[in-house]
Design a protein around this ligand. Structure first.
Ligand SMILES: *[C@@H]1O[C@H](CO)[C@@H](O)[C@H](O)[C@H]1NC(C)=O
Ligand SMILES: *[C@@H]1O[C@H](CO)[C@@H](O)[C@H](O)[C@H]1NC(C)=O
Ligand SMILES: *[C@@H]1O[C@H](CO)[C@@H](O)[C@H](O)[C@H]1NC(C)=O
Ligand SMILES: *[C@@H]1O[C@H](CO)[C@@H](O)[C@H](O)[C@H]1NC(C)=O
Ligand SMILES: *[C@@H]1O[C@H](CO)[C@@H](O)[C@H](O)[C@H]1NC(C)=O
Ligand SMILES: CC(=O)N[C@H]1CO[C@H](CO)[C@@H](O)[C@@H]1O
Length: 566
């Protein structure tokens, strides 16, 4: 066993090359012979670039293992060493001490009797500082780096890892909408080759379980497939935030908030690092463009294939959102954040790291900017946008929007049966229910109250095949209808002799003759069919049962009658 562990570093390196070679060469042959077209050269170059980054990631994984081995073999060497008597220096030669050349031996011989002759290969190893030096509180408890919570299927080796940190917010949480949006923007293949790591940066277990429960309710299929993981740190991971140094002249609350953010990012990145080739830092209140995954991946591969030595690919102009790194290079950031977590906000640290890497102190600022721009490459248009208006720092209203993001569809028009429309919810500006029904815009109503009704009276009664109401939109995902039912008024009321109707619908009948046929679900959508036995429908209404802290948007209205579905 000891032999395996103390395999020479050279042999380990060879081992890696052999693995790389075995993977790489057949791949190249495969690519070359399966694509005889000359124009596919570009494709080949890009596939190779992709593989290069992947190899870099594998190498970093391998080095982590190597580090473990090294620590272990050092330990074993020290245990098996004879005590240093100072009498026989060559006696200290072990498997890891270097061979002494004859000339050197000669010199030592000639120095016999001198203390200076005994200085070679002492049984002393240098101790390099580790994270514990910067975060000494981690040593106070052996469980400080143990996860407090984890739901994971252990997915590894994907292309894209998306890190989504989330914290408790006073007002609205957008986490579920953000996750929905991230998943909606992926193809099946991309979802299979990605991982979304939700980091609940809280220590209140009740809250953590609540959030994890909500995620599973809404995304059970993706928890099951391993696409979504949820984790939380041990309370001992955090230092005593009351003992932080006040830096940059900020308020204690702000220092605390930004220091914790640094530690949160370091944690999330450390967890995510071994999971995949690329890592993208996100937030819990964002909106992503459709196809963002393939756009990010293609951009990364294009830059790599052109031999551009990027460190950050930036897909959003705001803060730390949408920054992509090679997982293999994350240790740079993690260590930097640990060193300066109490000193600067996280986005400044990223900038400082780049500055330290590439800027020449003696050259002018323009030069520095140019050098940084080579390593920190911006992508346009932006792929991510902020949706939250309430930042998690109490009282700080987040109004920053990325101007490069451009417009997204805020409503989806349909042709609906002709109807007379009334709403007891007051509309905002030009966003009337009538225009929304006609597909000209979305409906935006102020604070729904119990009893509020949105009524569509059909000019001619119709057989309804299906209905779809989607509330909330991309920019205002929480402006949904909550606790709201969809109800229809049949032309032949319950008084009619239709026995099928009576038996089925009586349980769903309202006091004023409407039949409940559906309701808005947690994601703000009401869709369904209307049983044929109800016959022709005079009118359909949305009926609100609870008051809401949010305004309400209808971004999609689609009522299909027999004609339109033909
Ligand atoms: C030192 O140790 C080596 C190997 O154990 C032995 O061959 C040699 O004779 C020793 N030399 C002295 C001066 O004790
Ligand atoms: C050994 O040391 C003596 C005295 O310091 C010196 O004169 C001599 O050149 C040395 N011999 C070798 C082989 O280094
Ligand atoms: C998903 O990934 C696995 C392993 O990487 C692969 O075997 C499988 O074919 C993929 N499925 C799809 C639908 O891409
Ligand atoms: C729509 O219905 C309301 C209430 O029944 C009625 O006052 C109004 O005249 C109708 N409008 C049209 C254009 O039919
Ligand atoms: C919906 O509203 C009804 C009537 O006010 C109330 O009894 C019920 O608890 C509400 N349901 C939810 C999920 O809020
Ligand atoms: C939409 C709705 O409430 N449907 C109910 C109508 O009544 C039947 C029978 O009681 C229920 O099974 C449905 O859930």
């Amino acid at each position: 066993m000891a032999f395996n562990i103390t395999m020479s570093p050279l042999r380990r390196r060879h081992c890696l090359f052999v693995i790389g070679f075995v993977l790489f060469v057949p791949f190249c042959f495969f690519v070359i012979f399966s694509m005889p077209d000359v124009s596919s050269e570009q494709v080949l170059i890009e596939r190779i670039a992709e593989l290069q980054v992947k190899l870099q990631y594998l190498d970093s994984m391998y080095r982590t293992r190597q580090e473990d081995l090294r620590r272990l073999s050092e330990h074993i060497d020290l245990l098996s060493l004879p005590p240093n008597t100072g009498e026989n220096t060559t006696g200290l030669l072990t498997s890891t001490t270097p061979e002494i050349k004859p000339e050197i031996k000669q010199i030592i011989k000639n120095m016999s009797g001198m203390a200076a002759a005994q200085g070679l290969n002492p049984p002393v190893s240098l101790r390099m500082p580790s994270s514990y030096h910067f975060l000494p509180h981690l040593l106070d408890d052996p469980s400080s780096l143990r996860l407090a919570y984890l739901v994971s299927k252990g997915r590894m080796g994907v292309s894209m890892v998306l890190g989504v940190p989330t914290v408790k917010r006073e007002k609205q949480s957008y986490l579920l909408d953000t996750l929905q949006n991230l998943i909606d923007g992926m193809t099946i293949e991309e979802a299979n080759d990605s991982l979304i790591v939700v980091f609940i940066a809280e220590t209140d277990l009740e809250y953590i379980l609540q959030v994890a429960k909500e995620i599973e309710f809404r995304f059970s299929a993706y928890i099951e497939s391993g696409l979504i993981e949820v984790l939380s740190p041990s309370a001992n991971y955090y230092p005593d935030f009351d003992k932080l140094r006040i830096t940059l002249g900020d308020s204690p609350e702000r220092v605390r908030w930004r220091s914790k953010q640094n530690l949160d990012f370091a944690y999330l990145m450390s967890y995510s690092q071994p999971k995949g080739t690329f890592y993208v830092q996100l937030e819990d209140d964002i909106l992503a463009r459709p196809q963002y995954i393939s756009e990010m991946k293609n951009f990364a591969i294009e830059k790599t294939s052109k031999k551009e030595e990027w460190f950050v690919l930036d897909f959003c102009q705001l803060g730390f959102i949408g920054k992509m790194f090679k997982s293999a290079e994350l240790p740079w950031l993690i260590t930097f954040f640990q060193m300066f977590y109490n000193d600067k906000p996280v986005d400044w640290l990223l900038d400082h790291l780049l500055y330290t890497k590439v800027c020449n102190y003696e050259k002018n600022n323009d030069m520095c900017k140019r050098e940084k721009a080579k390593k920190w490459i911006h992508y346009k248009p932006s792929l991510f946008q902020h949706i939250g208006t309430h930042s998690s720092l109490k009282g700080k209203v987040q109004k920053l929007k990325d101007k490069q993001f451009g417009k997204v569809a805020l409503f989806f028009p349909h042709t609906n049966p002709e109807a007379n429309i009334t709403s007891s919810i007051k509309h905002y500006k030009q966003y009337t229910l009538k225009r929304a029904y006609l597909g000209e815009t979305f409906f935006w109503g102020l604070l729904p109250q119990p009893g509020d009704q949105l009524i569509f009276r059909f000019t001619a009664p119709i057989i309804i095949k299906s209905f779809l109401f989607k509330s909330g939109n991309a920019e205002h995902p929480s402006d949904k209808f909550y606790n709201t039912t969809v109800e229809v008024l049949p032309l032949d009321g319950p008084a009619s002799s239709n026995s099928i109707f009576t038996s089925w619908a009586s349980a769903n009948l309202t006091s004023d003759g409407y039949v409940i046929v559906g309701k808005f679900d947690g994601s703000g959508i009401a869709r369904g069919t209307v049983d044929e036995s109800l016959g022709k429908i005079q009118s359909l209404r949305l009926h609100v049962h609870s008051d809401s802290e949010n305004w309400a948007i209808l971004s999609e209205i689609h009522i299909q009658d027999e004609q339109s579905s033909r």
